[in-house]
Design a protein around this ligand. Structure first.
Ligand SMILES: Nc1nc2c(ncn2[C@@H]2O[C@H](COP(=O)(O)OP(=O)(O)OP(=O)(O)O)[C@@H](O)[C@H]2O)c(=O)[nH]1
Ligand SMILES: [Mg+2]
Length: 704
């Protein structure tokens, strides 16, 4: 049966690791009878965490799609991993969700993960509800969690419920929207409804009025009705709350115990009654600045938000229908690659399981297999339509490792596997670095990279190892030097002869022409590895024929590419060729290349050679109580603190840190702060390495 757009609810579960997203998804499926057996994370039996690595680690690593039915609605549930290493999965899930359920752990309140995720929600303005989970645990503190959320996200955070008998004996929820108390049986499940006890009535009524007011404020006409009648009808209230959620004017708060299955049904009831359908959201943005309304009567447009390969099946492409209807057997044209793709089978998904359906309406989420040339972030349209849904943007990598294959004959297999994983995961980059002569894997954290290794070994049967990645140093000079070099070789018949005199200086933009030389010609060359070579031709009286100019330049460029101190690229040098000698028979291009290259090396060594290192801008977000440890650790990394900012219970530290000091920073930070810190980094500039480090680097190079 094809579900109507108005009855669709796309809900993404977000939250700090361990808050209970996967457990809640399982309980939602169980409570709605989509599954008959209630699995759990501890024994690796949930629908959501279905891959071996997730079962092993007892953490989600991939987002997973599920769906169930609750009253009139089909609820598409997307469970996401909490670890920041897998933020790509969060970004793609949020792209297609119409409600975000932010899971808070009642034991720990607002956590770093909550903060980070909020930024993504804020960017997309996804309607959001908070679900405070684990109110059955001994250390649960609902009130404190609520207050933290209000302190951090403002007074739009409005409780709909609160628990009674919080902790091990938790069994009651006071619901201020329905003005009723739910009392749960021993093992959880369907509660009985009871009247709110007198002792709680005032508190519940105050909460109720706050909700009614928030609803009335957001819908024209409702405020008037509210003043006239002193309350709102159930339908008016629902409509007002829905609009308030869509406008980010209210973030309702619920409390549950996912493990004990208490409160989940009510959360799904709220999703059914109040949460927006895809058609209640503002139109989707298109790449060309246009908009697309979610309308099942319009032409068909779908967007691929995730691709995952499965053994024996190949790529599984997950999509959302943005408009029209997608029927099995339909042909759509990929607006990004031009490929015409046939959707032979369309599936709805429950974790590992896929069920074929005849079609999906605008707003719905599904999967297909066997597309030929379609990737994540592509839009496909019915023939004659050329829309492109605004693409998802993924963060730059934060960590890197060099990789080597287990054996020589495994290199090709390893690269194939890496590229396949890269295709699935837009937050991962594989780079064959010519400068470093290494294959570098860039990712979001060490865990992210470890997972690539695990998958290569288990899925692609290739052994690989991580080795320390080299640093992309650069070399330059700090003062002027002059040399003359003669290359001369006499071997039997014709010999080789070339002599070149040059002056070299540190290059910077806008510097005056070289003093006391006559500039005949100059060229500022943008080097392929960034930085410049300023090449000046200052030959007077024809001591070197200008036909050798290119060979001389080539000889210098070659040395700049090879590097002189550490085998790193040389940059920002001005070379002025001002004299030399040639021989009518023995001079040729090769001789001049050798003379200029060797002469350049001599001059370079006399010109105060300097190694430059890449510096990164680091931004760290950490909890108050680990701030001292984070700062102390930064001091051991030659960091220069640029500033600090406090943001709620969190501190933001901005620092400049040499790339060489960031090796395995993500793991160190995680263990140093017990996961209470996150960081991002961005290349900032090249800067001179300190004298002692330069000495060490040159010694290392000589040993090699
Ligand atoms: N007491 C109690 N424990 C819970 C509850 N919900 C989840 N847990 C436990 O908390 C742990 C983490 O639960 P998950 O459901 O895996 O948490 P998650 O948010 O999916 O974690 P990530 O996938 O790592 O982001 C597991 O050991 C669960 O058994 C709850 O309501 N009460
Ligand atoms: Mg999980």
């Amino acid at each position: 049966m094809i579900v109507e757009t108005k009855n669709l609810r796309n809900v993404v579960l977000l939250g700090h690791p361990g808050s209970g997203k996967t457990s809640l998804a399982e309980t939602m499926l169980y409570e709605s009878k989509a599954i008959s057996r209630h699995g759990d994370v501890e024994s690796g039996t949930t629908v959501s965490d279905f891959t071996n690595i997730e079962k092993e680690r007892k953490n989600s690593i991939f987002s997973s799609m599920m769906h169930d039915k609750w009253k009139d609605s089909k609820i598409n549930i997307i469970d996401t991993p909490g670890f920041d290493d897998f933020v790509g999965e969060v970004i793609s899930s949020l792209k297609v969700a119409d409600t975000a359920a932010m899971i808070l752990n009642a034991k720990s309140g607002v956590e770093v993960g909550t903060e980070i995720l909020w930024d993504y929600i804020d960017q997309l303005q996804t309607p959001t509800m908070f679900v405070v989970n684990q109110v059955d645990s001994e250390k649960s503190n609902f009130q404190q969690t609520l207050e933290q959320a209000q302190a951090r996200f403002g007074n739009k955070v409005l409780p709909v419920q609160y628990p009674l008998n919080e902790g091990a004996g938790f069994n009651k929820i006071v619901d201020a929207l329905r003005m009723v108390m739910y009392v749960f049986p021993e093992g959880g499940g369907k509660p009985t409804k009871e009247e709110i006890p007198d002792s709680e009535k005032d508190k519940a009524m105050d909460m109720h009025n706050a909700l009614v007011e928030a609803a009335a404020e957001n819908e024209e006409g409702l405020m008037e009705k509210f003043f006239e009648e002193g309350t709102l009808s159930e339908d008016d209230l629902a409509a007002g709350l829905r609009i308030a959620m869509v406008n980010h004017e209210i973030y309702p708060v619920f409390c549950v115990s996912a493990i004990k299955n208490m409160g989940t049904g009510r959360v799904m009831g709220f999703i059914n009654d109040i949460c927006p359908s895809p058609a209640d959201r503002p139109p989707a943005k298109l790449e060309d600045g246009g908009e697309l309304v979610c309308d099942d009567k319009d032409k068909t447009t779908i967007f691929i938000f995730k691709t995952m390969s499965e053994p024996k099946v190949g790529n599984v492409s997950y999509f959302k229908v943005y408009s029209g209807r997608l029927n099995a057997g339909a042909e759509l044209v990929n607006a990004d690659t031009g490929a015409t793709e046939r959707f032979g089978q369309i599936f709805v998904v429950n974790g590992r399981d896929r069920d074929a359906v005849e079609g999906l309406n605008a707003g719905d989420i599904g999967a297909t297999v066997k597309l030929k040339n379609t990737h994540t972030n592509n839009t496909l349209n019915e023939k004659g339509v050329n829309r492109k849904i605004e693409k998802m943007h993924f963060p730059e990598p934060r960590v890197r490792q060099a990789v080597v294959a287990g054996g020589k004959n495994e290199v090709e297999k390893m690269m194939k596997g890496l590229h396949q994983i890269e295709e699935e995961d837009p937050t991962l980059k594989v780079e064959q670095s010519a400068a470093l002569k290494q294959t570098i894997l860039h990712g979001q954290g060490q865990l992210h990279l470890d997972l690539v290794k695990y998958r290569l070994e288990k899925v692609y049967s290739v052994n690989m190892d991580f080795v320390k990645p080299k640093i992309a140093y650069r070399e330059t000079i700090t003062k002027m030097a002059e040399t003359s070099y003669r290359h001369k070789k006499q071997s039997g018949g014709s010999g080789q002869f070339a002599e070149v005199h040059m002056r070299i200086e540190p290059y910077h933009e806008g510097m005056p022409d070289p003093a006391s030389l006559t500039v005949r010609d100059k060229e500022i060359i943008d080097l392929p590895w960034e930085g410049k070579l300023a090449f000046y031709w200052c030959i007077v009286g024809g001591s070197i024929d200008s036909k050798y100019k290119n060979a001389i330049k080539k000889g210098i460029m070659q040395k700049m590419e090879e590097g002189i101190l550490t085998g790193s690229y040389i940059q920002d040098v001005r070379v002025s060729i001002y004299d030399g000698k040639m021989h009518s028979v023995d001079s040729n291009d090769m001789a001049f290349m050798i003379a200029s290259g060797t002469g350049f090396k001599q001059a370079f060594n006399q010109a105060g050679p300097q190694i430059l290192e890449p510096i990164y801008d680091l931004e760290i977000l950490c909890a108050d109580d680990v701030m001292g440890d984070v700062m102390g650790d930064l001091q051991t990394r030659r960091a220069i603190i640029q500033g600090m900012d406090s943001d709620g219970h969190y501190q933001k530290i901005m620092a400049k840190v040499p790339h060489a000091e960031l090796y395995q920073y993500s793991s160190t930070l995680r263990s140093l702060t017990q996961g209470k810190a996150k960081f991002s980094r961005k290349f900032a500039e090249y800067s001179a390495v300190p004298h002692d480090i330069q000495k060490k680097l040159i010694e290392e190079q000589n040993e090699e």
